[in-house]
Design a protein around this ligand. Sequence first.
Ligand code: MEV
Length: 446
Amino acid sequence: MNNHKPIDTSRIPGFYKMSTAGRLQELSRAAGCSPEDIQALTGGDEKGLSLEVADRMVENVVGVFGLPMGVGVNLRIDGRDCLVPMVVEEPSVVAGLSHGAKLLRGGEGITTETTEPLMIGQIQVMDVSDFRRAQEEIHKATPALLAAANELDPALLAVGGGAEDIETRVLEPTDADDPLGTMLVVHLLVDVRDAMGANAINTMVEKLAPRVEEITGGRVRLRILSNLADRRLVTARGLVPFELLGRGNPLLGREVAAGIEEASVLAERDPYRAATHNKGIMNWVDAFLVATGQDWRAVEAGAHAFAARLGRYTALSRWRVTEEGLRGEITMPMAVGTVGGVLKTHPAVQAAVHTVLKVRSAAQLGRIAAACGLTQNLAALRALATEGIQRGHMGLHARNVAAAAGAQGEEIDRLARVLSEMGVYDAAAASAALSRLRQQRRQPAA
Ligand code: MEV
């Protein structure tokens, strides 16, 4: 475990065609996995996570639940090649990422930037009689409040983090149906460094609440982290040259780029499309977050709230045709951590983060997550703007249908090919085609 030797290249031609054993061999070679890493990633005897460890993680445990872990290839982020583990049940997500990554690495590779890891804790204050005065008093008491918060987490201070600022907001009733009067919300801004931050923040806001009541003369109700982590943002950018988009034909590439721009603008203008556009982005972000033991619900919530920050739900990414090629950019909140949580206990997560990704900070993890979102989005929009999503999607889905129809071993790929050629994917057709395949094998052509 903990092999920090960088990956030479994430280009592994034909990775998708290899057997699982072949892929593991390639992964071990490229990432320098130990036999224990491989056992942790594949499940080994203990299924990656033992019942005993699972029982300490959540309540009422009766088992552990398996999902496929795939590895996305071809990604190049900030000049570094990465092999990216992902846990997801949906076919075509891993393939989409690898394809999008191949297109993006042909340009300048993906570049990213992040803000400082500032998270927000909220304290809701009711029954304030003079809002202006309450805000002024909070402002005056800010140094004392920050000092009190920081006393609670000397370890965070020692690594350069800690409570940094306090802001206040006055919230008016939203409409005639709103039963309450004006209320005050105090925001505590904390640099959480490599933590996701929920524990540090929740401890701090709970501790500050009585002081806030004294200062404002109000009554505190909620004291909790906000998942709209809009002070902890990651931006990822990429460029795809036209020749690559047009598979060697720049003119065709320009057409494909124009199609992707049209698809992007629809999502920027229309919440109905933006929801699906962003879902595609989160396909990969979530798969990556699950594989790396993150609270993906927190990042999901933050992403969608951020997408609606202007009062209208819109796309998290945008794509534009430029002189040099198709340029894409995504900005999203990224509340992830590399200290504490599941990373401490889950063997597969440890192998994924330390050995395969070789990530050492939350910022690095967040940069990769946003890059994955951009890459997945490119793959989806390229397919949607050209042949449509169903061809690739159903081709991959065919293997599930074949297995569900009872195909075994190599029959699965053969039956999947037959179904894809017929363009039919229902259970009855799969079962009939399987019988035909088996009959042909029993009666080879003379
Ligand atoms: C399907 O899981 C995701 C897509 O719908 C995303 C999109 O439409 O952009 C293909």
